[in-house]
Ligand binder design. Structure first.
Ligand SMILES: [Mg+2]
Length: 109
């Protein structure tokens, strides 16, 4: 948790030094996150499954994570708490006995 706070503070510091908070409304942070997720996807486009550049993967993944953290921070969300809540919900949707080794969506289990 300490590390996560340090990380978020580094991102906020970078942003504030450039006076970019004015551009970071919820909609644009969500759009930017999706654009970065698409840049990540592009690394795999027209290639075999594991044929991607690991350095570019690190960069695009970092971009996605930074926008996700900025969006969570904007709404004072606790990353640890929202992820654990979602894991609990997913565990209810995907009981181990029905979903183990099975990639079927929960509504078709
Ligand atoms: Mg990028």
């Amino acid at each position: 948790m300490e590390n996560m706070t340090t990380l978020i503070n580094e991102i906020i510091k970078f942003r504030n030094e450039r006076d970019w908070e004015q551009f970071h409304n919820s909609k644009d942070l969500a759009v930017a996150l999706s654009v970065e997720a698409s840049e990540l996807l592009e690394l795999f486009l027209w290639k075999e499954n594991e044929d991607f550049n690991i350095d570019k993967l690190k960069e695009e993944l970092a971009d996605v994570l930074m926008y996700a953290l900025l969006l969570a921070n904007k709404h004072d969300l606790d990353i640890h708490e929202i992820i654990l809540d979602k894991i609990r919900k997913n565990a209810e949707k995907y009981p181990v006995d029905k979903s183990r080794g099975n990639a079927t969506k929960y509504n078709e289990l």
